[in-house]
Design a protein around this ligand. Structure first.
Ligand code: URA
Length: 242
């Protein structure tokens, strides 16, 4: 059982005091009956809460896949730029955050959730969750470059990078000449750009295609998002339980 004002403040963008006002104003009903008592307890299994006649479902955890566009920061708030959480408006709840970060100019797969345990496990350095990126560089990648990336590199950190897997974009069903696909098992700061930088190559375009077993839904245009399917969520949970 959940208090009505808690339900509404967790499931909408209203603060606790705002939702109390909505309730007192008669904007909230439970199964057809207007309720003016914020403290009333509601059973999410049996009862349905409405705000201005629109159902407000109670979901403890939510999971969204976003195709992050360039120009947006992977943060919950930012003074200067639009954030990935802003893109989820109006579904965004106050407790949603991005699972890890992509640079402002990086596009592609970003998971947003309020499930801290899942996020923690996906980001834990010990779990070595694989991430695949599509990379465009200025110039061409030589066989020696590929070997360096695949053997592990000194990019100025305490440890060498873990061996990466380098494939052509065609191996991933992308058009010929579309670029390189690289899979890494870490998430160091600017890792891909630093690895290619060390080889004297500048990354001119970067897009994440995969995180663990979760692939970007290519039908999502940059800036679009959707909820994870039950199968995708299950795969992620199995993955991170390893
Ligand atoms: N590596 C980078 O350099 N940037 C990203 O956004 C992600 C991985």
């Amino acid at each position: 059982m959940i208090r009505l004002d808690k339900w509404l403040s967790e499931m909408t963008d209203g603060s606790r005091s705002e939702v109390k006002k909505w309730i007192k104003q008669g904007r909230v009903s439970i199964d057809g009956a207007v309720i003016r008592v914020p403290e009333i307890k509601v059973n999410p299994k049996r009862e349905c809460v409405y705000l201005d006649n629109e159902a407000v479902l109670y979901q403890k955890f939510v999971y969204y896949m976003l195709n992050k566009p360039a120009g947006v920061v992977s943060a919950t708030t930012d003074k200067e730029h639009q954030t990935v959480v802003d893109l989820l408006y109006p579904v965004a709840r106050k407790d949603i955050f991005p699972v890890g970060r992509l640079d402002i100019d990086t596009e592609g797969l970003l998971l947003l959730t309020n499930d801290g345990a899942l996020a923690h496990n996906l980001l834990s350095p010990r779990k070595h969750v694989e991430k695949t990126y599509l990379v465009h560089i200025d110039g061409t990648l030589t066989a020696e470059d590929k070997q360096c990336l695949e053997e592990g590199m000194d990019i100025g950190d305490e440890k060498l990078t873990l061996p990466a897997v380098v494939e052509s974009a065609e191996d991933f069903g992308l058009p010929a000449g579309e670029g390189i696909c690289i899979t890494i098992r870490e998430g160091r700061y600017h890792q891909i750009k630093r690895m290619f930088g060390k080889l004297g190559k500048t990354v001119v375009y970067l897009k994440r295609l995969r995180m663990g077993k979760l692939w970007l839904d290519e039908s999502l245009e940059p800036g679009q998002y959707r909820e994870l399917t039950a199968e995708e969520l299950e795969m992620l949970k199995v993955q991170q339980g390893k």
